[in-house]
Design a protein around this ligand. Sequence first.
Ligand code: ZN
Length: 323
Amino acid sequence: MSQPPQPLHAPLEISFDYTRSLGPTLSAFVTALAGRRILGALASDGRVHAPPFEYDPRTGEPPAGFVEVGPAGSVVSWTWTDRPLDGQPLDHPFGWALIRLDDADTAMLHAVDAGSADRMRTGMRVTPRWAPNAGNGITDIACFEPQGAGGGPAAPAGTAGAAPEPVAIITTPVRLSYDHTVSPGESSYLLALAEGRLIGQRCPVCRKVYLPPRGACPVDGVPTRDEVQLPDTGIVTTFCVVNVPFQGQQFPSPYVAASILIDGADIPFQHLILGCQPEEVRMGMRVRAVWKPREQWDVGHNIDHFEPSGEPDAPYDSYASHL
Ligand SMILES: [Zn+2]
């Protein structure tokens, strides 16, 4: 069977919300930011670090105290971003700068909304532009701007002067977007799956059949070019019952995620087992694929789940070397 001319690729996004407890030092820093103040940490050598350290660089001890710094400061060094990415502080060209806030001895990294690179320079005076919302950590400072620009709100109503609630936990969204390219072997597999067929590849040396195909045998280190069409039936080798709900879960728990050894394949793949109670799932259970309705078919997502086929269980020895 011929290989597709170009490997398939598709956009892929991995994201989760990272919820972290701040600890005493960063909690003080973030709480102060929510009140539109910036704190530095007093080090054992008398220097003031802003943002604050959690452990003194010399002694490893927590800060001896906090001092208010800035909010204005001076650019120590900088670079220019012509094409901002999603999630960056500004959606138009801006500078990344190390800014030494007044009364601090160290610099902090933040964005400077200078309009153009021509206006950026080392030593320029900048002041924070506060974000409309508070309590989100360093992004409470939307960016810095050249002193005197007066663009954003200096201190939104209701926050200036008020004692903010202590911030002990913040949520940081983490997101990675990229274009995922699969190998030629995986492309063949996905294109066949789009037609309702399961295609594996056989190693010419050890004769093992890999599903999905990996393009090479990890044991023999040779390309696997012989394609093998496989049925949509197999054996549950191992499994786990998912009882813990999580963000983005698509099925009510409990449900079973299993390693399924397709008949004729030598390595199992992961899929869902539905159509029975979780406690009925067992090693050696025979299962078959439940395909989505054809009008819902899409490359790579055509098997909805596997369900028990009702056949007698496979003896352990028949799959013991494929766990
Ligand atoms: Zn091999």
